[in-house]
Design a protein around this ligand. Structure first.
Ligand code: CU
Length: 63
C-alpha cells in the first residue's frame, strides 16, 4: 500500500485523472482518494517511483 499527499487534486476530475495515471503504472491497482485531505492510497505491486512518475506526467505532484 502506497500513501500519497497530492495538494492539487481538488475535484472529481482530478480523482479520475489520478486514478488513470496510477493504473498506467499498474492496471490492477486500486485507488482510494480523499478530496478533503488530498490523501491517496494506492494498493499496487508497482514501485512508488513508477507511480510517482505517472502522476507527474499527468500533472500531479505528490508531496
Ligand atoms: Cu480537478
Amino acid at each position: 500500500m502506497l500513501n500519497f499527499q497530492i495538494p492539487n487534486m481538488t475535484c472529481g476530475h482530478c480523482v479520475r485523472a489520478v486514478t488513470q495515471a496510477v493504473q498506467l503504472a499498474d492496471p490492477a491497482a486500486t485507488v482510494q482518494a480523499d478530496l478533503a485531505t488530498h490523501q491517496v492510497k494506492v494498493d499496487t505491486t508497482a514501485s512508488r517511483e513508477t507511480v510517482v512518475a505517472q502522476l507527474a506526467q499527468a500533472g500531479y505532484q505528490p508531496a
